[in-house]
Design a protein around this ligand. Sequence first.
Ligand SMILES: Nc1ncnc2c1ncn2[C@@H]1O[C@H](COP(=O)(O)OP(=O)(O)OP(=O)(O)O)[C@@H](O)[C@H]1O
Ligand SMILES: [Mg+2]
Length: 440
Amino acid sequence: MTLASSTSSAGTVWPSWVLVVAAVLVSGLLLAGPALRRRYPVAWWLLLGFPVMVVQVVRTWRPLMAGCGLAVSRRPALTVVSGLVGNGAPPPQPRVPRHGLIRPTGGGFWLLVRLLPGQVPEDFVKAGPAMAEDWQVHGVRVTSWRPGVVRIAASVADPLAAPRLPKQRGPAQLLRVAVGVLETGAAWVIDLRRVPHWLIVGATRSGKSTLINALVAGLAPQPVALVGIDCKGGMELSLYEPRLSALATNREQAVRLLAALVDLTLDRMTVCRAARVRNIWGLSETERPVPVVVIVDEIAELFLVASRNEKDEAHAAGTALIRLAQLGAALGVFLVVAGQRVGSDLGPGVTALRAQLGGRVCHRVADPGTAEMALGDLNPDALKAAQAITPEQAGMAVLASGDGWERARSHLVTEADAEVIAAEYAHLAPVLPELLTAAK
Ligand SMILES: Nc1ncnc2c1ncn2[C@@H]1O[C@H](COP(=O)(O)OP(=O)(O)OP(=O)(O)O)[C@@H](O)[C@H]1O
Ligand SMILES: [Mg+2]
């Protein structure tokens, strides 16, 4: 009797407690949700967004494949047999490609899909936009994984909308800097040892100098010499002057500085030849000269000429830059060249120089010709992507290297940030007297 009443009272009390706790949790989540989501976007996605997304993908997979023409009908014989055996039951459904485990990433998910006979990866690439619509995600990218299998990667939100500064994990690798975020959500890394020379183009206020700020901020703490050529009177690069080993602010200084850099490169060649090594990385650590990163902001200022005298200077600057590009990679001299336009109208030297700058970054451009010059004869989609960048998306860029193209956005490293970082690491600026005197 006593037992029965306690059970019944517990039975009425217990669910109401559960309801209260659930209501508190739900309302807490609703109230604090947006803030938590902003603060811990990755945890939010992994705990709440991703499980819902898995259900959505699994639920829509078959109709999606059928809708995109990726389902294959069963053989007619099988349909007939099943019709006889099944006594009027509906015929078997068409086969759809099988997908593997759906795996989360920091801002999306990916899965592998086995192609059915007769299918090619391009069929799935074409279906990418439909998948993005169905799953209500920002974008879907399909790549070939191995023969017969494609990888589908989806990013839920646009990682380029507001790139977050990366957390530095462990010591930085020499000449490798995370300057922004790729469209996939991964870090956009400029690795000068892998791609030694870079061309950065973009209309005015498109984000060229901001990208250079991010690069300099990453290189400043490293044992690297930074050399600046800024013929806009030093307006852009003089911010970092304390961390620079030399800075040229007009064409005359630039020509002398570039000639000194060529001499330095030739000296390094002699050292490497004597030591019978092919590049400075083959030298022992004590012998190895310091890597030099040469930053040129607004290349047109070097090449545009008005008088005969200027023509000779421009020619000398162009020849020196081309030599540096040809010899520098092995001898620890790297070029980062930025400009609004880098076309043949600046003189014949520019086209030869452009060909030597393997890493390409194309920000918003004023004319399609500039995008074409920067991105070359890549996929026409890359040119379209570059031309679609709006003035509000400063810092957004299309990157191209030997193996394809992608969209990325640099971290906003302001002039003030760059100035602070340069002052903080001023003591690390290697002293290279021959360069310093040349730029005087
Ligand atoms: N990655 C970014 N994220 C957000 N805003 C950016 C980014 N990059 C640039 N901006 C904004 O755009 C402005 C102009 O950028 P920046 O000075 O780098 O352009 P620029 O291409 O060097 O122009 P110019 O050719 O006139 O020197 C910056 O002051 C900043 O407000
Ligand atoms: Mg600039």
